[in-house]
Design a protein around this ligand. Structure first.
Ligand SMILES: Nc1ncnc2c1ncn2[C@@H]1O[C@H](COP(=O)(O)OP(=O)(O)OP(=O)(O)O)[C@@H](O)[C@H]1O
Ligand SMILES: [Mg+2]
Length: 354
């Protein structure tokens, strides 16, 4: 029989297939116990959205069986979300802040941002979704959420008075959007500095609580908003949504350039609206050429538009429908990519404050 140390070493040396690194190096072995013939191994995944946990469990089981065939092993798989915790510098207890953007309007950013939020939530993560499109907020509608966030004034430990806003809960996902503050049909007319201030407030003054992921739906275009966020919070990374058409791709390339300029890691491209009309595979090809990860494709499906129009994005991730598997796979790829980014540069990017 192996000793406890030998068992620990055995499990730590198993290579995790997605990252090709050992479980020990990835800190995915929480602990191992051994008592006579009985052994217990606890694995710790870096997110509940980790793909194929059963496969990993099986890999560990086989390795142990090969080395110690008589050992009776019980394997438990747990998960705790890890992140660079960059939000801490503005008082946020959010492990990973993710921006969802593109260069071009109408490619499905808001739909994809909300689907990622709902998807990660359905895997068991604690998720917030912030609508950074103050001119055309669409998140409240897609998530069938209404109401006005309760606001109160609080005094912090240093005696400063500040606003606290309660996010609106939509089936367990915490939302904040300008849409909750303007009445239907009203429009917002703001200039740059005010926009900057509104976004900062949304981020800082919202009582998000502890979150694993805060997803931010960016407005179309490449400019101000992403910059503000990069400066304020330090993003875990940006997801770039594009459609297979060439023109949308060119805009995505510009978006990548902009993120790189402000040192925001690119988590990857998502091809949205894949199918007969716009084609397929163009985004993956460009991603490969640019050496940017490809996070998956989401088909052009009437059901996606219908779920979004009815404000049922949460249901879209829960009910059986032709888009659900693709959407879940995209969420998993995003979570994995964040972890890859974390092990690549654990300290977080150094951001230029312009
Ligand atoms: N994969 C898809 N299949 C079918 N319809 C989709 C898909 N993705 C998005 N849509 C629909 O396309 C429209 C635009 O989507 P959405 O509002 O998410 O785009 P956007 O990029 O956020 O737009 P904007 O630039 O105005 O913020 C919506 O009606 C949405 O339901
Ligand atoms: Mg939008």
């Amino acid at each position: 029989m192996p000793t406890a140390e030998q068992l620990q070493l055995l499990v730590s040396n198993v290579v995790e297939p997605l990252t090709q690194r050992s479980l020990g190096e990835l800190r995915m072995v929480r602990d191992t116990f051994i008592n006579g013939n009985d052994a217990r191994v606890r694995l710790e995944l870096p997110t509940p959205a980790w793909p194929n946990p059963k496969g990993l469990e099986e890999l560990v089981r086989q390795r142990i069986r090969f080395a110690a065939p008589d050992l009776d092993v019980r394997i438990e798989v747990h998960s705790t979300v890890r992140g660079k915790d960059t939000g801490g510098r503005i008082g946020l207890n959010v492990h990973n802040v993710i921006a969802v953007g593109s260069g071009k309007g109408g490619v499905g950013k808001s739909t994809v941002a909300a689907a990622i939020a709902c998807g990660l939530h359905s895997f068991g993560c604690r998720v917030g979704l912030m609508d950074a499109d103050v001119y055309g907020p669409s998140i409240p509608h897609m998530m069938h959420a209404e109401g006005r966030p309760a606001a109160s004034e609080v005094t912090d430990s240093e005696g400063n008075r500040m606003m606290r806003m309660e996010p609106i809960d939509a089936g367990g996902v915490k939302l904040m959007s300008m849409g909750f503050f303007i009445d239907q049909g009203q429009s917002v007319v703001w200039r740059g500095p005010m926009l900057h201030k509104a976004l900062t407030q949304f981020l800082k003054d919202t009582d998000w609580g502890e979150l694993d992921y805060l997803i931010i739906d960016l407005p179309p275009g490449t400019g101000d908003v992403a910059l503000t966020l990069a400066q304020q919070v330090g993003l875990a990374g940006a997801v770039v949504v594009c459609t297979p058409q060439q023109v949308a791709l060119l805009d995505a390339i510009k978006a990548v350039d902009m993120y790189q300029k402000v040192s925001v890691p690119i988590l990857g491209f998502i091809e949205n609206m894949t199918g007969e009309i716009f084609g397929r595979g163009g985004v993956q090809k460009v991603a490969a050429e640019m050496k940017i990860p490809f996070l998956g494709e989401i088909p052009l499906k009437a059901c996606i538009r219908e779920y979004a129009d009815r404000g049922q994005l949460m249901q879209m991730l829960q009910e059986d429908n032709p888009a659900r598997d693709d959407l879940r796979a995209v969420c998993q790829n995003v979570a994995v990519q964040i972890f890859r980014e974390l092990i690549r540069s654990p300290a977080g990017p150094v951001l230029e404050i312009l």
